[in-house]
Design a binder for this molecule. Structure first.
Ligand code: FEO
Ligand code: CA
Ligand code: CA
Length: 671
């Protein structure tokens, strides 16, 4: 009855494919059109984004022929020796650094967790062990409120599961000839337990090596199947949030597809529910009450068969359950009893992550991208001010305030359009009867306001040193030739770009800010790509498909990539970490620092406050594009994966893991 997303794609490939759909039905201006108007369509079509007219693109010019490695190193503030593009079965880091495995899928989180046995997995064991597909990493110093860089908590998202390399003997269950037939209730329960987040305590020893503290009182697993959460803010308790299991519309079990996130100034974590639609199942009848809403989010995605075993994920039986996902979730990692809060004031979409800052006027500002082709960039400004002395006074700050969506104008300004019920088109005439309606259908509200349709907004990071904001726009292969213009000069943009916003006088709450492009990703030596990096970027310094980012304590930007199964075509290198210059004459110059094993994507970049430890998350090793890996040539399975990273034991499948990077001389990362 129900069709899976694809007959030939792995789970992660299916995710990627779904994000290609570009389901935004509005005819709002795309960022490509805006950039085209700004820089001139003719110039764009000729590929002539020359010189100072595009100050944001590399600063010193656009010629972008690869320089020698030596030249690039001499020019960069990052003094590490760059590693090379490439792909193989393991990870690589710049010389002079250690990149050690900190924790792997199946390792103990709770003190009574059983030893990991991939042949005999159970939900009970998984609920005490480190989950699957680690993504966002947040470091929270211990003691709370300190700037300790030797002891702290790590909050790690577990975005999704990849059954073909996770469970023995079943292969790809979404394939047309399988239709999830092997995904029994016990396996689904393991999947649910492998989603969510882990909180672990970690400590740096006298020898400079990090380890997990066993028996920590902070240790916690949050999952998709059992963790009670609270809905807060304007949509909580609304009729559209009520289900058979929760007539209050305020209680929900679990969080789904938590991708990136952010740490708040008061030391809580925001974890972003991204592709929640994939977990909903069934074939809803035409004309049901939530039809328009569900379609705008592609619900049901039918990527997992949880709805066969759990009624609430069957959209025909519980149509409102999907309205309770797609939110930003706030968790206090310092309180193991804390009930996670889904903050509905921040809007409902496929949130990639969150970047939070205390604004100059004391209000809290949060930026977030909606990761899908042609979707939008959002900003929230709190109504109340940050309380620096009383931590818990900030716990409701994200429940009251103004959510806005970005419109990127051709004059280099970005305008923030408020999503407020009763204002402009957000009225009963368009089906909005309350602020709850506006938030539940954030995307449709943003369509009506005329927001700019972007090239897949992934992570957003604020540089607190410069006050600038960086938006990773990962790619958009569905952009048509007739939408072509300026910096998005590329139809079928396979490589993405990084957009920079500069709030006026550092005021993140201002109605307008300036914007420009930092780089256009892709190979600058290949004129067909239209890539724009600093001209001295080496043959290894460029990248494709920016996804996550982090700013180190020196105010320097680090970018990680996710090319999906297209890695070979997009760049020919595995994903990794690149250090990126943003200021002065080196603006747009990047250097490759770390590389993941075949089939993985690079997630979770996170620094300790002293800048001497760098955590990264290696997600779904072996799964993406094993078919194009010459040493494998086929899709990975539990029995025959493209790599068995990080254990390389014959009986051990590949395991998503957190890697901790330190410099052997104890120095600053990238120094
Ligand atoms: Fe979960 Fe948009 O990456
Ligand atoms: Ca991501
Ligand atoms: Ca990703």
């Amino acid at each position: 009855m129900t069709q899976p997303p694809s007959s030939s794609l792995s789970r992660s490939e299916a995710y990627e494919d779904s994000q290609n759909l570009g389901i935004n039905p509005s005819d709002n201006t795309t960022i490509a059109e805006v950039i085209g108007r700004r820089y001139g369509r003719r110039d764009v079509l000729k590929g002539l984004l020359a010189g100072t007219a595009v100050a944001g693109l590399g600063g010193t010019g656009i010629a972008a022929l690869p320089a020698s490695d030596a030249q690039a190193q001499a020019a960069s503030r990052f003094t590490f020796t760059e590693i090379g593009h490439g792909v193989d079965r393991t990870h690589h880091v710049a010389p002079g650094y250690d990149a050690d495995i900190l924790i792997r899928w199946g390792d103990a989180v709770l003190p009574d967790a059983p030893a990991f046995d991939p042949q005999r997995q159970t939900a009970a064991a998984q609920s005490k062990q480190f989950g699957y597909n680690n993504d966002f990493i947040g470091f929270l110093p211990l003691p709370q409120g300190s700037t300790s860089s030797n002891r702290g908590l790590l909050f790690i998202n577990h975005e999704y599961t990849s059954e073909e390399v996770m469970f023995p003997g079943i292969g790809r269950q979404e394939a047309k000839d399988k239709l999830f037939k092997d995904m029994t209730r016990p396996l689904v329960e393991i999947e649910m337990a492998a989603h969510g987040a882990s909180i672990i305590e970690i400590e740096k020893s006298a020898t400079g090596k990090w380890g997990v503290v066993n028996g920590s009182r902070y240790a916690r697993r949050i999952d998709a199947g059992t963790t009670a959460m609270e809905l807060t803010g304007p949509a909580a308790g609304h009729a559209r949030m009520k289900t058979k299991a929760d007539p209050s519309g305020r209680q929900v079990i679990g969080m789904l597809n938590n991708c990136a996130g952010g740490v708040t100034p008061w030391g809580t974590v925001l974890t972003a529910e991204e592709n929640f639609h994939g977990y909903f199942w069934g074939k809803p009848e035409a004309g049901h009450a939530e039809e328009r809403n569900h379609k705008r989010y592609e619900v049901p995605g039918n990527w997992y068969n949880w709805g066969q075993h759990f009624e609430r994920f069957d959209i025909t039986k519980e149509p409102n359950e999907a309205n309770r996902f797609g939110w930003m979730v706030e968790v206090d990692p310092y309180d193991p009893q804390f009930v996670p809060k889904k903050r509905t004031a921040l809007g409902r979409c496929k949130h990639e992550g969150a970047a939070v800052i205390v604004n100059s006027d004391g209000r809290v500002v949060l930026y977030s991208g909606d990761d899908e082709r042609f979707e939008y960039v959002y900003r929230f400004v709190s109504a109340r001010r940050y309380n620096a002395t009383e931590r818990r006074a900030n716990f409701g700050l994200l429940d009251e305030g103004t959510l806005s969506v970005a419109k990127y104008n051709a004059d280099g300004s970005v305008e923030w359009l408020p999503l407020v019920f009763g204002q402009g088109p957000l009225t009963a005439a368009n089906g909005f009867n309350s602020q709850a309606d506006v938030l539940i259908e954030t995307r449709r509200a943003a369509d009506l306001l005329g927001a700019t349709r972007m090239d897949r907004p992934e992570d957003i990071e604020i540089n607190p040193v410069t006050g600038k904001v960086y938006v990773m726009l990962t790619n958009n292969i569905r952009r048509k030739a007739d939408q072509l213009d300026a910096a998005n000069t590329r139809a079928a943009n396979e490589w993405g770009q990084v957009l920079e916003m500069t709030p006026p006088g550092g005021d993140h709450a201002a109605q307008k800010a300036a914007w420009s492009l930092l780089v256009q990703a892709g190979d600058p030596a290949d004129a067909r790509t239209g890539a724009k990096f600093h001209p001295q970027t080496s043959r290894n310094g460029w990248f494709a498909c920016p996804d996550n980012a982090a700013v180190d304590p020196q105010g320097r930007l680090w970018i990680t990539t996710d090319q999906g199964e297209a890695w070979k075509k997009a760049s020919g290198t595995a994903d990794g970490v690149w250090a990126m210059e943003t200021e002065g004459p080196n603006r747009g110059l990047s250097k490759m620092f770390f590389r993941v094993p075949i089939g993985a994507e690079m997630c979770g970049p996170c620094f300790t406050p002293d800048g001497r430890t760098f955590f990264v998350a290696v997600q779904h090793p072996a799964t993406d594009g094993g078919e194009t890996f010459t040493q494998s040539g086929k899709g990975s399975t539990f029995e025959d994966p493209a790599t068995r990273w990080p254990d390389f034991q014959p009986a051990m499948p590949p395991r998503p893991s957190v890697v901790v990077i330190t410099k052997r001389d104890g120095g600053l990362i990238g120094s």
